[in-house]
Design a protein around this ligand. Structure first.
Ligand SMILES: Nc1ncnc2c1ncn2[C@@H]1O[C@H](COP(=O)(O)OP(=O)(O)O)[C@@H](O)[C@H]1O
Ligand SMILES: [Mg+2]
Length: 302
């Protein structure tokens, strides 16, 4: 069966309205868009200019799990840096929870393909690192270190690593390091979690294990997630909504709803709707990489 973003979107219902976890201090502003990106352009360099993003629009609702897919080099990582405020757009505006992003945001947790743990710190000490950086915690970390460490331990338990707190990162496997990295991204209870190909370097079994770890954490805590991946199965397994980017300069060319009940488990990947969406995404990205026109991939009104 063939499916276009449009037909899938209309045939299948989008799951909305996740409840906020108790930790979530953000309230809905900005017309229900927790993240809004309006007509953003990003150009690198002064002389040899590279247009990474152009006329980029995107809305993400509070508590939504969004995946971003697209051809290599289309600007996905650049987009993540813009959303965190590590880079500023050349043009256009990004708002998180109603406030314009004009510098690094503290309500964001991030994890990348490379776990980037500090090798000289033990696991627990790596996880509490955000508390040493985020303003509201920095002055309390000395007196309340045990409270913060307890939070870190709870997360280590939640990701299935109850006994590694005193190990160094280099004593852990890649999958374990990535679990620790997820704990570090989540320990300060960020409202927004940005993941840039976080499982890309892992073997298939470890990766699928981590899908469930992430999904279970998200179901409990309901933070908003933007998840960049080139693995289309991963995108469909995890996300409520998948946005497809064009070739560089990147913009959203199609959006898919993923109306598959949670928790999703191994057998979910065999459901016709799952396979349907994966095939449709693959076709669309292949056409985009080949530079051909794609019928049915109409840009959804954001
Ligand atoms: N710091 C930079 N300076 C110049 N060009 C860059 C920089 N970072 C990324 N680019 C270019 O911007 C484009 C988008 O890069 P990136 O966002 O990393 O893409 P993706 O993550 O989708 O692979 C690429 O052509 C890349 O070479
Ligand atoms: Mg990238």
């Amino acid at each position: 069966m063939s499916a276009s973003p449009r037909s899938l979107g209309s045939r299948l219902q989008f799951r909305r309205g996740h409840e906020l976890g108790p930790h979530e201090r953000c309230t809905m502003r900005n017309g229900g868009n927790f993240l809004s990106i309006r007509n953003v352009h990003l150009t690198y360099g002064r002389r040899d200019k590279t247009e990474a993003l152009k006329e980029f629009d995107l809305n993400v609702s509070l508590g939504e799990f969004v995946a971003i897919v697209g051809p290599s080099g289309c600007g996905k990582s650049s987009l993540m840096k813009l959303v965190t405020g590590l880079l500023l757009p050349s043009q256009g505006q990004i708002k998180v929870n109603g406030t314009v992003v004009d510098g690094p945001l503290k309500i964001v947790g991030m994890a990348f393909q490379n776990p980037t743990l500090l090798p000289w710190r033990k696991v627990l000490s790596n996880i509490v690192l955000p508390f040493e950086i985020v303003d509201e915690h920095r002055h309390k970390i000395r007196s309340q270190r045990h409270v913060y460490e307890e939070k870190a331990r709870r997360l280590l338990n939640a990701v299935g690593l109850p006994e590694v707190e005193n190990r160094f990162p280099w004593q852990l496997s890649g999958g374990m390091q990535q679990r620790v990295s997820l704990c570090r991204a989540l320990v300060h209870e960020p409202a927004l979690l940005l993941l840039d190909e976080p499982f890309g370097a892992l073997d298939a079994f470890t990766r699928e294990d981590l899908w469930d770890v992430l999904q279970d954490l998200w179901m409990k805590r309901k933070f908003t997630v933007i998840f960049v991946t080139h693995d289309l199965h991963e995108a469909v397994y995890l996300a409520d909504k998948i946005h497809v980017m064009s070739r560089r300069p990147g913009r959203i060319i199609a959006s898919y709803d993923v109306p598959i009940a949670r928790p999703r488990r191994e057998e979910t990947a065999f459901e016709p709707v799952f396979i349907d969406i994966v095939h449709s995404l693959r076709r669309l990205i292949k056409l985009e990489m080949d530079g051909r026109e794609h019928a049915g991939a109409t840009r959804e009104v954001q």
